[in-house]
Design a protein around this ligand. Structure first.
Ligand SMILES: CC(C)[C@H](C(=O)O)[C@@H](O)C(=O)O
Ligand code: SF4
Length: 427
């Protein structure tokens, strides 16, 4: 019987199976940020276990609230910083070098096909775009991961999501994943891996695949996952060129991390995206979705472009194409947070930052900030935000605030009109 990619990764990393179905896996990467890791650090210290299993396999960043906004966040940042120094964690990204973890770490080449990756952050599923098993975990698992380099998982079953057809103009990975979540539901993939397959995924860039996998958790998924291919190799090539004689050789090696033809899935869901419209959420759950035509005209107070979902260069390019030579509505605040310093610099060199600023956007440093309503664009009570992020929970971006999730293109069109708008008329 064939195996899924997730089953292959589990089999190759298995250390122990304490009881049926629960598997202890060796970890390739443990990622850390300043909101959840300090809690683990403090507890390990209190237990007299202030150690790390392997400093080269730990990657750490201050990203959620940066630069710090108050004493509390300054202390969180300091705890992570001191810990990284104390343990010789070289891949630590402090103010100036920092960016949103799920954009920064892939960009640094830390994720490879077949890897096991954990982080005390729910959107760790993003890294499955590389053909890795990447999962968000809680504090106890993070502590064990830091100390021992292992983590226990119930072996997840896999839902295969076939994305067929081809994306129409103005419709992107974000629209696809919102559409998929709309059908699967916010609990529909709980304890499952969502394996994204088909010609639509094959044609996607790594950035778009990350957008897809990023939101697997919004359907309850443990990890999103894509099959590694030449697109993966091309993205990773600067980091792996000394390991493989050619790109073709790397692709061949990575192909061990693809699901077998006869792999068994718990469920197979087929989607044809060819007639998909841009999708926007309403309400407070990510599965409450509508085609833009049904929600267009809803006024917004703020447009936010950024986050681990859609704060990458590709996203900025798409939005800038729409905003070029235009002004955002006077009733709207536009905020752009490029997800990493590299994205920021590339966007500057390409002239994208000028386009945003001339349109009236405020450009912040790379940070999560407004995405989780902690800084750099918190909503006031009763305000509405059009956002390229991944969560529209009640008060997510500020107490009493409302969030509509959408693609960078839809958010750009919305910024121009001051109300939710169809991006296709601007393309
Ligand atoms: C701060 C962190 C625990 C949190 C998460 O895990 O998701 C954050 O990244 C978020 O998106 O709300
Ligand atoms: S950008 Fe938002 S969703 Fe992503 S890790 Fe940061 S807070 Fe979480």
């Amino acid at each position: 019987m064939g195996k899924t990619i997730a089953e292959k990764i589990f089999a190759s990393h298995l250390v122990d199976e304490p009881f049926a179905g629960t598997k202890v896996l060796r970890l390739d990467v443990v990622m850390c940020h300043e909101i959840t890791t300090p809690i683990a650090i403090a507890d390990l210290m209190a237990r007299g276990k202030d150690r790390v299993f392997d400093p080269t396999k730990i990657k750490a960043v201050i990203d959620h609230v940066t630069p710090s906004k108050d004493s509390k966040t300054a202390t969180q940042a300091k705890m992570l910083r001191d810990w990284a120094r104390r343990h010789g964690i070289v891949d630590f990204f402090d103010v100036g070098a920092n960016g949103v973890c799920h954009a920064l770490f892939p960009e640094k080449g830390f994720i490879r096909p077949g890897y096991t990756v954990i982080m005390g952050d729910s959107h760790t599923c993003t890294h499955g775009a590389f053909g890795a098993f990447a999962a968000g975990i809680g504090t106890t698992d993070l502590e064990v991961g830091i100390l021992k380099g292992v983590c226990a998982f119930r072996e997840p079953k896999t839902i295969r999501i076939n994305l067929n057809g081809s994306l129409p103009e103005g419709v992107y990975a974000k629209d696809v994943i919102l559409h998929v979540i709309g059908r699967v539901g916010v609990n529909g993939a709980t304890d499952r891996v969502m394996e994204f397959r088909g010609p639509v995924v094959d044609a996607m860039t790594m950035e778009s695949r990350m957008t897809l996998c990023n939101m697997a958790i919004e359907a309850g998924g443990t990890s999103g996952i894509c099959m590694p291919d030449m697109v993966t190799v091309d993205y990773l090539w600067p980091f792996i060129k000394d390991e493989y004689s050619s790109r073709e050789a790397a692709r061949e090696a990575f192909s061990q991390w693809r699901s077998d033809e006869d792999a068994v899935y718990e469920q197979v869901l087929d989607f044809d995206v060819s007639s998909l419209e841009p999708i926007v959420t309403f309400g407070y759950k990510p599965d409450q979705v509508k085609p833009v035509s049904e929600i267009a005209g809803t006024p917004v107070d703020q447009v936010y472009l950024g986050s681990c979902t859609n704060g990458r260069l590709e996203d900025l390019r798409i939005a800038a194409r729409i905003l070029k030579g235009k002004k955002i509505a006077p009733t709207v605040r536009g905020i752009l947070s490029p997800a990493t310093p590299k994205i920021y610099q590339d966007a500057m060199r390409e002239g994208l930052i000028d386009i945003f600023m001339e349109a009236g956007f405020c450009v912040t440093n790379p940070t999560c900030g407004a995405c989780l309503g902690m800084s750099n664009g918190v909503l006031a009570e009763g305000e509405v935000c059009a956002s390229t992020t991944n969560r529209n929970f009640m008060g997510r971006m500020g107490k009493g605030g409302m969030v509509h999730l959408m693609s960078p293109a839809t958010s750009a069109a919305t910024a121009i009109e001051g109300k939710i708008a169809d991006p296709r008329k601007y393309l």
